[in-house]
Design a protein around this ligand. Structure first.
Ligand SMILES: CC(C)(COP(=O)(O)OP(=O)(O)OC[C@H]1O[C@@H](n2cnc3c(N)ncnc32)[C@H](O)[C@@H]1OP(=O)(O)O)[C@@H](O)C(=O)NCCC(=O)NCCS
Length: 334
């Protein structure tokens, strides 16, 4: 059984209600249909009912058994507006400005979760990362004890000798553009928690750099050393090593020569890149040149689980995102 099927099986054990605000989008409709058919979640399509039904009919996707939530005449809309005014009181928003905010259905959907009307939100096939992030942070907030919201991606289909039989998490390719050492430590810890919460992996984290164990000296290399030390101090139970070049991290023989005694070299299942550029470029090279599958980005550190996606996502990617967000929500509602 492949990893995604295993995750689907876990999601089926306790179905989460997942709001989907991009509900006139073909990929969203097909993914919602599949989520119902495979029983991994209870999707709630958020939007104008007529438009959603017309879009579904056009592509021949039956949605008679999927709930549709009307965000424009919802009985809790006034309460949602009041709550948002409170949450963002420092912005001093007028009622009209708040109404405008809620025209973006991401805000309405995250507010549904805040009021217990759904467990998670799957979006990002249409909305930009920035729009998803702002709605998720401004309405849902960050999880307790978290400072930095970040993202990781799941890569599958690699040579089975890497990661967990060819599956690995990599971070952060999508949110924190130029993390300082403290934020890089937050990213590593959040990704370790994603590995535990969603995938049930025991995290083994390689903190990547252009240098291994001081082979070069530079503020960019020192940042990775400092982040590694911070993670060790904050979460001593995590297996982590850095700074490591990617060959030392991934090839056991090179690891033995460049970083002898490393607890991670040759067997990491999490790669933490030093910034968004290297993480984004790194995982896309794997997808395009090696045919690896990439799922996510998985947003980490949010109080309410929300997904993001590449706008190039297909219906299967959206379906996998429903599963990932549902599993994150399942953990939260335990
Ligand atoms: C996510 C992103 C939009 C946030 O941008 P921003 O300009 O800081 O956004 P805002 O100023 O509107 O922030 C809104 C709130 O979120 C908070 N916030 C933003 N990023 C945060 C993060 N990573 N962690 C925690 N809080 C964050 C801000 O502090 C702010 O809080 P406040 O208003 O209560 O003070 C920005 O980091 C970004 O564009 N990242 C890259 C996204 C991208 O283009 N990715 C492309 C690859 S897929």
């Amino acid at each position: 059984m492949d990893l995604i099927e295993k995750l689907a099986e876990r999601a089926r054990e306790r179905k989460m209600r997942v709001a989907m605000p991009e509900a006139t989008d073909e990929r969203t409709l097909r993914a919602a249909r599949k989520a119902v058919d495979t029983g991994v979640a209870l999707p709630l399509l958020v939007g104008d009912e007529k438009q959603i039904r017309a879009a579904a009919q056009k592509i021949g996707v039956p949605i008679h058994d999927i709930a549709i939530v009307d965000p424009f005449h919802h009985p809790s809309l006034e309460r949602f507006h009041e709550e948002y005014a409170q949450l963002r009181r420092k912005e001093n928003l007028t009622p009209e400005q708040i109404r405008d905010v809620f025209k973006h259905l991401a805000y309405f959907s995250v507010m549904m979760a805040r009021f217990g009307l759904c467990d998670a939100v799957t979006m990002g096939a249409v909305y930009t990362t920035a729009d998803v992030m702002r709605a998720a942070i401004k309405v849902g907030g960050v999880a307790e004890g978290v400072k930095t919201v970040s993202a990781s991606v799941l890569i599958t289909g690699l040579n089975p000798k890497f990661g967990e039989t060819g599956a690995m998490l990599m971070a952060d390719p999508a949110v924190v553009i130029d993390p300082d050492a403290g934020q890089l430590a937050d990213i590593a810890i959040a990704t370790a928690d994603t590995a535990i919460d969603i995938f049930g992996f025991e995290p083994r984290i390689a903190m990547l750099s252009f240098s291994t164990k001081g082979s070069a000296k530079h503020p960019l290399q020192q940042k990775v050393v400092d982040a590694t030390e911070t993670v060790k101090a904050r979460r001593p139970e995590l297996l982590i090593d850095g700074e490591l070049q990617s060959d030392a991290a991934l090839d056991a023989a090179i690891g033995r020569s460049k970083a002898p005694g490393s607890p991670v070299c040759g067997r990491p299942n999490i790669l933490i890149y030093p910034d968004i550029g290297s993480a984004n470029i790194g995982h896309k090279l794997l997808r395009v040149m090696c045919g690896a599958d990439v799922f996510g980005p998985i947003l980490q550190g949010l109080a309410i689980p929300c997904s993001d996606m590449s706008r190039g996502a297909n219906a299967h990617d959206v379906y996998v995102n429903i599963i990932l967000t549902a599993l994150k929500a399942r953990r939260r509602t335990l």
